[in-house]
Design a protein around this ligand. Structure first.
Ligand code: PEP
Length: 248
C-alpha cells in the first residue's frame, strides 16, 4: 500500500491572521489523519513551524533556489527551508514553468537541491490544453519526468512525490475525469517501472487540478492516484479537511 498524501498549495495567498485561523481549523479538522501537508509562501513558514510543530500536519514551501548560497538576490535555499522545519517543497509547478520561465533542466536542478538537503520534493508535471488536444500528453509529461530522473537518478524517487497536474485543470474549475487522470498516472508509473519496478510501486503520484470535496473521492478511488495537490480548496479549511478525509 502506497501512502496517501494531500498537500495544500496556498500559492500567493494568506496573511498572519488568515493563516492562523486556517491552520487551527486544519489541525482540528484533520485529526487522526496522516499525509496532510500545507505549503505556504516563504514569509509564513515560521508561522507554520510555530503552529504545526508537534501536530500530525507537515508543512513545506512552493519553490526553492537550485543554488546553495551566495549572490542570488531574492532567492531562498533548501537549507533555509530546513531551518523552518519544512519536510516538503513543491517543484516545477506549472505557474513557475509558464510565468517564471522554469525549464525542465532548472526544475531538475531544484529537485536535486531539495533532496540533497533532505527535503521531499513534490514534482509537478502536466500538459497544456493545446498539448492534450494535439495528443502529446504522454510525451510532454514524459519529457518533464525524464529531465529529473536523468539528473537525480530513478532511485531519488524513493524519497519524492509526483503530482500530475493538467495545466488546463488548474484553477479553472475544470477537472480531469478520474479516467483521464488515471491514464496519465498509469503511464507515468509504467515509465518508472521500466527504470525501477520497485520505485514504481512505491512513489506516490498525486492528482492536482480543481480538486474539490465533490470530486475528491472518485479521483482518489483510482488505483494509481495516491492523493492530491490542492490549490484553491486548500484555503478553505472545511473543504481541505474533507478532501483529506476522502484520501484516507
Ligand atoms: C495547484 O495550484 O496546484 C492546483 C491544483 O490548483 P487548483 O486546485 O486551484 O486547481
Amino acid at each position: 500500500m502506497r501512502r496517501k498524501i494531500v498537500a495544500g498549495n496556498w500559492k500567493m495567498n494568506g496573511s498572519l491572521a488568515e493563516n492562523g485561523a486556517l491552520l487551527k481549523e486544519v489541525v482540528a479538522g484533520s485529526s487522526g489523519l496522516s499525509g496532510v501537508v500545507c505549503c505556504s509562501p516563504y514569509p509564513y513558514l515560521f508561522q507554520l513551524q510555530r503552529e504545526l510543530q508537534g501536530t500530525h500536519v507537515a508543512w513545506g514551501a512552493q519553490n526553492l533556489s537550485q543554488f546553495e548560497r551566495g549572490a542570488y538576490t531574492g532567492e531562498v535555499s533548501a537549507a533555509m527551508l530546513v531551518d523552518f522545519g519544512c519536510s516538503y517543497v513543491i517543484i516545477g509547478h506549472s505557474e513557475r514553468r509558464a510565468i517564471f520561465g522554469e525549464t525542465s533542466m532548472t526544475v531538475a536542478e531544484k529537485f536535486k537541491a531539495a533532496q540533497d538537503s533532505g527535503l521531499i520534493p513534490i514534482l509537478c508535471l502536466g500538459e497544456t490544453l493545446a498539448e492534450r488536444e494535439a495528443g502529446i500528453t504522454e510525451a510532454v509529461v514524459g519529457e518533464q519526468f525524464d529531465a529529473v530522473a536523468g539528473l537525480a537518478g530513478i532511485d531519488a524517487f524513493e524519497q519524492a512525490v509526483i503530482a500530475y497536474e493538467p495545466v488546463w485543470a488548474i484553477g479553472t474549475g475544470r477537472t480531469a475525469t478520474p479516467q483521464q487522470a488515471q491514464d496519465v498516472h498509469r503511464h507515468l508509473r509504467d515509465r518508472i517501472a521500466l527504470m525501477s519496478p520497485d520505485v514504481a510501486g512505491k512513489v506516490p503520484i498525486l492528482y492536482g487540478g480543481s480538486v474539490k470535496p465533490a470530486n475528491a473521492a472518485e479521483l482518489f478511488a483510482m488505483p494509481d492516484i495516491d492523493g492530491g495537490l490542492i490549490g484553491g480548496a486548500s484555503l478553505v479549511a472545511r473543504d481541505f479537511c474533507e478532501i483529506c478525509r476522502a484520501a484516507a
